[in-house]
Design a protein around this ligand. Structure first.
Ligand code: ADP
Ligand code: ASP
Ligand code: MG
Length: 422
């Protein structure tokens, strides 16, 4: 069971969570469950801690940043264990270094390499509820690390894989995965199931209900995920009755469709991302090696480039190159490119953070034409200008003006027939 920030925001909310955990541990018809719980920091706490780091030192050391920002989860894991104890349950916390959750690669965006939890498994078998702070781990050198924002989802999937859990229930502030962010489109529909592949794509293009890495890990380890709400009454359906959204394999989805539990849709969901920025390099020499010169230094600096367009060459053997990078990396990207102005041979760098990426995702696209053209037509009918396009086998993304994000998502939601009936 994993509980996110809003579910853990304060004593009252934590008591609510403890009740849900206690009921799950007690199980149905007297058959008790062994339960491990992964928790996030209280809503807003991680942002607050990140700001302290920025104030202390603008060019902060990621290793010390991890020491600071991992602390929010330490607080909530202890508080949940205390609250469970007050309800008469046996419970204890297991911090990242105690399990241990071993990580590799960079601080602040570490990757879990292994979880060995023999002591925790023994304690679960002895009937104790395990409470694990999400987001945190320990490096090879024995220092605290964190998994990147939203990383508690990944902690939960990793713990589920380590203890070979029957299911990983991700409790949040919405009751499942919707056709689009239900906070933007009131007519969004809850999905009974989504395939790993589609969820991975949706998460990577901005549906932050699950961290992208958690879905990749679940797919690799075969962990069954359910997304559901912790904001429920005592008489709500049990998690075992699967009231939320299941993340399933293609085969399982086919079976659900055959049984009439799911309908095949051309488009499964729509996501938006306002965290990218556009970079235009003008008058780049139109010759072999030119784009390699631009993107190599960015790759070396671990800056992810997403959409790329090379415009039609001008007459003097020059061209403009447009691409997107995460807004958080824009200043670094700009500095790196300025440094290499001579090598690359461009004239000007133009940047714009006021853009958004809107994506439509669905496995149906593999076998059906026309998804992209519907997107372009619907947006143009509303006068929304498309600045760049990128596609994958199951996704089409467009870059538009940030101010038009909500309108575009709504228009597309209707255009693909995803709106819930009134
Ligand atoms: P938690 O703190 O529990 O980890 P998050 O804020 O990370 O919760 O994720 C839940 C939020 O994800 C929801 O409140 C919702 O606004 C947003 N969201 C974005 N896209 C979707 C979607 N397709 N379905 C459901 N929620 C979505
Ligand atoms: N508390 C961390 C964050 O806000 C991790 C998480 O909540 O998943 O990013
Ligand atoms: Mg989250």
């Amino acid at each position: 069971m994993k509980f996110g920030g809003t579910s853990m925001a304060g004593t009252e909310r934590i008591r609510r969570v403890a009740n849900i955990v206690r009921a799950q541990a007690a199980g149905k018809d007297g058959e008790a469950n062994e339960v491990a719980v992964v928790v996030s920091a209280m809503a807003g706490e991680t942002d607050r801690l990140v700001n302290f780091c920025r104030e202390a030192n603008a060019l902060y050391d990621p290793a010390e940043y991890d020491v600071v920002v991992s602390s929010g989860e330490q607080v909530t894991s202890g508080l949940l264990a205390l609250t469970l104890q007050s309800l008469g349950c046996k419970a204890r916390s297991w911090l990242g270094w105690q399990l241990p959750v071993k990580t590799e690669e960079a601080h602040a965006k570490a990757r879990i390499s292994s979880i060995e939890a023999p002591d925790m498994v023994a304690s679960l078998e002895a009937g104790e509820i395990a409470v694990v702070p999400g987001f945190q781990g320990i490096t090879e050198e024995g220092r605290v690390s964190t998994l990147g924002r939203g990383g508690s989802d990944t902690s939960a999937v990793a713990v589920a894989a380590a203890v070979k859990a029957d299911r990983c229930d991700i409790y949040t502030d919405v009751d499942g995965v919707y056709t689009t962010d239900p906070r933007i489109v009131a007519k969004a529909r809850k999905l009974k199931a989504v395939t790993y592949e589609e969820m991975l794509e949706l998460a990577s293009v901005g549906a932050k209900v699950l961290q992208t890495r958690s879905v990749g890990l679940a797919m690799k380890e075969g962990v069954r995920i359910q997304v559901l709400s912790s904001f429920v009454d005592d008489d709500a359906a049990l998690a075992d009755d699967l009231p939320g959204t299941l993340i399933v394999s293609d085969e399982e989805m086919d079976q659900m469709v055959e049984r009439g539990e799911m309908e095949r849709q051309l488009v499964t969901g729509i996501a938006h991302d306002k965290n990218e920025a556009k970079v235009i390099l003008t008058r780049v020499p139109d010759k072999p090696g030119a784009v390699a010169h631009i993107f190599e230094p960015l790759a070396d600096a671990s800056i992810n480039v997403d959409m790329i367009i090379q415009n039609v060459g001008r007459d003097k053997g020059e061209t403009d190159v447009t691409f997107t990078v995460p807004q958080a990396d824009l200043a670094r990207a700009q500095a790196l490119l300025e440094d290499r102005r001579e090598d690359i041979g461009f004239n000007r760098i133009i940047t714009d953070s006021q853009i958004a990426k809107i994506s439509v995702v669905g496995v149906g696209m593999k076998s059906h034409a026309g998804v992209a053209s519907t997107m372009f037509r619907s947006l143009s009918d509303r006068g929304i200008n498309i600045q760049a396009i990128s596609t994958s086998e199951i996704k089409v993304s467009v870059m538009i003006d940030e101010d038009e994000t909500e309108l575009a998502v709504r228009v597309l939601h209707t255009a693909y027939g995803l709106d819930a009936e009134e």
